[in-house]
Design a protein around this ligand. Structure first.
Ligand code: SOE
Length: 386
């Protein structure tokens, strides 16, 4: 079937701008989707670098002010891959201009921003999606299918960690391009919004809404030079964040994220324990799930290591041949493919902005609990399973 062109206007050309651009270029090549993304324009303040980015990725034009981009008649989708402090303003304006809106995670710097974004896309009735890409790892999707089939029975425990080590040096400055994640005014929070948000999004999807949290956070390095002012300034982000929580389904959970776990670069792991079965997944070995089913014949019962690369595994028949691997970048390609497929049916793909808001409610409760040192209820709970 011929595919209809869908014109993309990307804001931001950093790490995420590259993952998204790659995904837009590949999705319609590998997946049978009704639309073909066209790289119409990239927008960033630095014209020279935006031009170089456009040439490299094949964007047809460059804008240096997102306000022009969102008003352009030839743009269908505004994709926000710029720092967190820009998400809300651009998304609200883009929805107001009738554009579909895709947004990097976390949706807002806090739930108040995310609420305004949800309101804007829902009022404008435009398709919307948040780039929580780890939902699109085939092994994680298989885990979701197994849970939905009821193979685990009642869930008792959920456990997730996202560990990195790239900010341990006290000489690392904060702020500016590349290091805005360390500047609280831009990022909103530290690892809570950057890393825990991923773990929370996957958990809400797999295990349902979170009812209450008890958290602690720490800022190990309290002052850093700010790249934009040149001055030593207080650090406002959380360097490490951990919380206990209770899901609405009665299961108990622990979550931890840090940028101070020496030796770990992006160790995202999760484990779920149910009445009949348990499963574990590790981003460093992203094609496998470890699965234990107590209902197996006793003599053969044990942990299975399932290599999720076969043609009947999620997404895999679209790729090479059984047994061959895909990687991190493919999670973004899957996300675009799902978005285009949903659009063909007149819908958004999950996680949509409402799902992104659900994660922001949890991260807000985590940061609040770390301050109050009490258990905090999660506001606005909703089912995230669409
Ligand atoms: C931070 O280092 C980071 O790049 C996050 O911003 C991403 O969301 C995560 O997927 C990998 O780590």
């Amino acid at each position: 079937m011929p595919k209809t062109n869908l014109n993309i206007g990307l804001v931001g050309y950093g790490f995420m701008g590259r993952t998204h651009s790659n995904a837009f270029r590949q999705a319609a090549q590998f997946f049978d989707v009704p639309y073909r993304p066209v790289l119409k324009a990239v927008c960033a303040r630095n014209a020279e670098r935006a031009k170089a980015f456009a040439e490299n990725w094949g964007y047809e034009s460059v804008e240096t002010d997102w306000r022009f981009l969102v008003e352009r008649k030839d743009i269908d989708v505004v994709d926000i891959a710029s720092p967190n402090d820009t998400h809300a303003e651009i998304a609200v304006a883009a929805a107001g201009a009738g554009k579909m809106v895709l947004c990097e995670k976390p949706l807002g710097r806090n739930a108040a921003e995310a609420e305004a974004m949800v309101e804007a896309v829902e009022a404008a009735r435009v398709a919307n999606m948040v780039w929580y890409n780890y939902r699109r790892v085939p092994a994680v999707v298989l885990l979701k299918f197994l849970l939905d089939e009821g193979r685990f029975g009642r869930i008792f425990h959920y456990r997730a960690k996202f560990l990195q080590d790239w900010t341990i040096s006290r000489d690392l400055p904060q702020g500016g391009e590349g290091l805005w994640r360390l500047d609280v005014a831009v990022a909103g929070s530290g690892v809570t919004g950057d890393l825990l948000a991923h773990a929370i999004d996957t958990a809400l999807w797999l295990n349902g809404p979170i009812a209450e949290v008890a958290a602690m956070t720490e800022t190990f390095i309290k002052e850093r030079k700010h790249n934009l002012t040149g001055r030593i300034e207080p650090v406002g982000i959380d360097d490490a964040s951990a919380f206990l929580c209770r899901f609405q389904n009665g299961s108990l959970a622990t979550f931890e994220a840090t940028r101070y776990a020496r030796g770990h670069k992006a160790l995202y792991t999760l484990e779920i324990n149910g009445e009949h079965a348990s499963a574990a997944w590790d981003l460093h070995d992203l094609h496998r799930i470890q699965f234990f089913d107590h209902r197996d014949e006793g003599r053969l019962r044990g942990w299975r290591s399932i290599h999720v690369t076969d043609g009947d595994h999620p997404y895999m028949k679209r790729w090479w041949v059984p047994g061959l691997q895909i990687g991190y970048e493919h999670t973004f390609i899957h996300q675009v493919a799902d978005f285009l497929q949903a659009l063909g049916g007149g819908a958004s793909a999950s996680p949509d902005f409402r799902d992104g808001l659900a994660t922001d409610y949890v991260t807000d409760a985590v940061l609040k609990s770390a301050k109050t040192r009490r258990w905090e209820n999660v506001a606005g709970q909703m089912t995230n399973d669409q």
